[in-house]
Design a protein around this ligand. Structure first.
Ligand code: ZN
Length: 202
């Protein structure tokens, strides 16, 4: 399986990193080795000085598809979840400056936290609240109603480039509030009223 990630999909997050608002979705990939095994702590990698959390709504693809029309995109997923796109922000900034690929900063082992999945019918996907709690404080508080591109539009867009396969995940971008993690932090993901993951940082 593969993980397709969307960058710069929330205006306030674009502002906080002083990025340009893109004309089309920003897309990058993580390999399956990026998934943090369930119940495992996240170990800050030895090369990293500035690991940031980015909480994101996840979509699990349920069948193969290519050139999917946005109006049929809902047929390609039954479940959604929440996860973290861990990012070495300092390294990413250096790579961006040089116009180099981001993978070392975004796709390293453990960089993809994947929480529980739930049937999409349980939610209003266009008005879905989600939060990241760090050590009892809400640090990110998002709603899918402020996405620049909605889930179905993202599926249509990325499937022009990548054949989607059953089990692929889409990370749909992070809202504002990203920040650094430190050893002993505890990160909890909330989707509406459900706790969907808990990660200890070591
Ligand atoms: Zn992200």
């Amino acid at each position: 399986m593969k993980i397709i990630c969307i960058g710069r999909n929330y205006a306030k997050h674009i502002e906080e990193l002083a990025n340009e608002r893109p004309e089309t979705p920003v897309v990058f990939l993580k390999p399956d080795s990026a998934i943090l095994p369930k119940k495992m702590p996240f170990f800050i990698p030895p090369f990293a000085n500035s690991i940031h959390y980015e909480v994101e709504v996840l979509v699990k693809i349920n069948k193969v598809g290519k050139y999917i029309d946005a109006k049929f995109a809902h047929k390609y997923y039954d479940e959604i979840g929440l996860g973290i796109d861990f990012t070495d922000r300092e390294m990413q900034s250096k790579l961006k400056e040089k116009g180099l690929p981001w993978e070392k900063a975004k796709a390293f082992d453990g960089s993809a936290v994947v929480g529980e999945f739930y049937p999409k019918e349980q939610f209003d996907l266009e008005n879905l609240n989600f939060q990241l709690i760090k050590n009892d404080a809400i640090v990110q508080d998002g709603n899918t109603n402020s996405m620049l591109w909605k889930i179905d539009e993202l599926i249509a867009y990325v499937s022009q480039y990548f054949t989607l396969k059953k089990g692929d995940l889409i990370f749909t971008g992070t809202p504002a509030g990203v920040g650094k993690v430190a050893s002993n932090d505890v990160l909890i993901g909330i989707l509406e009223d459900k706790e969907v993951f808990q990660v200890k940082v070591k």
